[in-house]
Design a protein around this ligand. Sequence first.
Ligand SMILES: [Zn+2]
Length: 176
Amino acid sequence: MNHQPFEEWLLNNTTITREQKRELDAHVRTCAYCAALMKTDKVLRDLRLAAPASGFLSRFEARLAARKAEERKRKLFGLIFFALAGSALLIWAASPYFAGFFASPAGWISALVEWGMFLLTTLIASVQAGAVILDVLTRLLPPFAWLVLVSGAAGVSLFWSISIWRFSQRGVPQGV
Ligand SMILES: [Zn+2]
């Protein structure tokens, strides 16, 4: 079977007249090869039509990524802004001290070192004191409990002896 010029038209995507189209359709109806070619061409054309859609998708994805990056950047800038503002506020609040510091750095450094030492020693002392108190408390608690028990028993026995004494006194006639 002679496929020309139909094969040529189909392969080169030649723009054909209505008359040529009618000839092509007639040939395709009897030629499986050209029908397959036509079908392939149609599929390819559909894919080409779908291509912009995928392009749109990639553009959309790119835009989404860009927006995410922008959001991240905005958050980062916000964080930096707050950090800077906080630092500025802190510096402003501490500026008198800074001024004093820069007026006599040596004095301030020694004062700072002294304060640091004081803080450190106080901290250590309080920790030690706390440890000692805890230690003493844990060691003292059983004797303390014993003390309570003993004094309680002593109180009870004292009360008991007084009661007995008073009872014996009552038993003895008055004025003897
Ligand atoms: Zn053919």
